[in-house]
Design a protein around this ligand. Structure first.
Ligand code: 6PG
Length: 477
């Protein structure tokens, strides 16, 4: 017998993905550098389906039917290159290597190019949903050639999460790095969602005076409405958890320094290169980095803040409703920014990414899954060439209804000294985009003054320079 798919790298993600394939009726070859892991998998879960345990790379490759489909689930970066170099010489033209790790899309582009020259399809694939998703159905974002997707797509569709309407949460994102790019932005949006939820929590605690358990209940209520999402759901779980050792709210015994593995940072770095304003995502990355500067924070503890002004019970309840509005409006803005970045990447690299299809495959399985994604899909269905999510009538109307509360919440945050960089960046983006005039005109004037960088006029074509040091006459540049 031969295997329809092989998975090498059997840490928790790889192991669960292999089991998912097996549970869906595929024969799965499994391989790991440390053989004991391979054995443990088959011993523990062998009854779930058909596994072929391979001890060596040669055995592994020989176990696969042709064209071979070989999934690598190892750490992004050098380990991925090492595994590719181990297996590529053993493969034949037409075979496929699927990288399911969180690779940087630029690495994926390079690997795809190098392997294409050797006749091998390299399928850089974003996979979201953590361990549970890998086992029960993740959201899958494959890039690579059309040919590879024709062979691989049906299998991925089978093991993927299904949206509420039954549609599989997988789509061929586009050639080479498109899948990993989409996954990168998914993670950037994940950072922004988490930051916004964190700010909502802090406001409910410090401005409204609620306890973590009460805030958990508020989040549970929100989760029955338009904010219905996995992240809101687990936030309520985390907030209601009580530490067994101390009896304190769990959230109060965790060190408040957020870590990151890099995908959110990449989203911002690439956005800077592409010239896309992803200010909300950037603030989320910076907020994590600020939280990690323990010494700096310690040195700043004594800085002056405003006098506290507690809210009454009824004021607190009204404030909580406003926070829901602010959170929702800010969320629309971060998705607007994220989709802008995907559109820009698609344009830059010629990927032709279908934004509606991307929002559809994020409806299930992934960390940012939410009822909200269905609405984004509807927005792109209604108008594929939507210039921005904010141009969608439904979203524009919702923000219009939310904006007074959004502004109130930010006013309260500023007045009471609660940092809300995510909410603030989102509102600033919104106000800047809708502004009739921006101070960018003044910036141009300053640039022309000190560096003769020239400017354009609103009433005539061409570039101009003012003779600032002379008679201030204007010349064509
Ligand atoms: C997912 C997650 C996953 C991982 C993040 C965590 O979609 O399943 O995004 O990829 O949990 O990379 O990222 P940080 O460690 O950077 O928070």
């Amino acid at each position: 017998t031969s295997a329809q798919i092989g998975v090498t790298g059997l840490a928790v993600m790889g192991r669960n993905l292999a089991r998912n394939f097996a549970r869906n009726g595929y024969t799965v070859a499994v391989h790991n550098r440390t053989v004991s892991r391979t054995k443990a998998l088959v011993e523990e879960f062998g009854q779930e389906g058909d596994f072929i345990a391979a001890e060596t790379a040669e055995d592994f490759v020989a176990a696969l039917e042709r064209p071979r489909r070989l999934v690598i689930m190892v750490k992004a970066g050098e380990p991925t290159d090492a595994v590719i170099e181990e297996f590529a010489p053993l493969l034949e033209p037409g075979d496929m290597i699927i990288d399911g790790g969180n690779a940087h899309f630029a690495d994926t582009r390079r690997r795809e190019r190098e392997l294409r020259e050797r006749g091998i399809h390299f399928v850089g694939t974003g996979i979201s949903g953590g361990e549970e998703g890998a086992l029960h159905g993740p959201s899958i974002m494959p890039g690579g050639s059309k040919e590879s997707y024709a062979s691989l797509g049906p299998m991925l569709e089978k093991i993927s999460a299904k949206a509420a309407d039954g549609a599989p949460c997988v789509t061929h994102c586009g050639p080479d790095g498109a899948g990993h790019f989409v996954k990168m932005v998914h993670n950037g949006i994940e950072y922004a969602d988490m930051q916004l939820i964190g700010e909502a929590y802090q406001l409910l605690r410090d401005v409204a005076g609620y306890s973590p358990a009460q805030i958990a209940d508020i989040f549970r209520t929100w989760n029955t409405g338009r904010l219905d999402s996995y992240l809101i759901e687990i936030t309520a779980e985390v907030l209601s958890h009580v530490d067994a050792a101390t009896g304190k709210p769990f959230v109060d015994v965790v060190v408040d320094r957020a870590e990151q593995k890099g995908t959110g940072r990449w989203t911002v770095q690439i956005a800077l290169d592409l010239g896309v304003p992803v200010s909300g995502i950037a603030e989320a990355v910076f907020a994590r980095s600020l939280s990690g500067h323990a010494a700096l924070r310690e040195a700043s503890r004594g800085l002056a803040g405003p006098k506290p002004s507690p809210l009454s019970e009824s004021e607190a309840a009204a404030f909580a409703d406003r926070v829901e509005q602010a959170l929702y409006a800010s969320k629309i803005v971060s998705y607007t920014q994220g989709f802008h970045e995907i559109a820009a990447g698609s344009e830059e690299y010629g990927w032709d990414i279908d934004l509606g299809a991307v929002s559809a495959i994020w409806r299930g399985g992934c960390i940012i899954r939410a009822a909200f994604l269905d609405r984004i899909r509807a927005a792109y269905d209604a108008r594929a060439e939507l210039p921005s999510l904010l141009s969608d009538e439904t979203f524009a109307r919702e923000i219009a209804a939310a904006q007074d509360d959004w502004r109130e919440v930010l006013t309260a945050a500023v007045r009471q000294g609660v940092p809300t960089p995510g909410f603030a960046a989102a509102l600033a983006y919104y106000d800047a985009l809708r502004a009739e005039r921006l101070p960018a005109a003044l910036t141009q004037g300053q640039r022309d003054f000190f560096g003769a960088h020239t400017y354009r006029r609103v009433d005539r074509d061409g570039a101009f320079h003012t003779l600032w040091g002379g008679d201030r006459g204007e010349v064509s540049a």
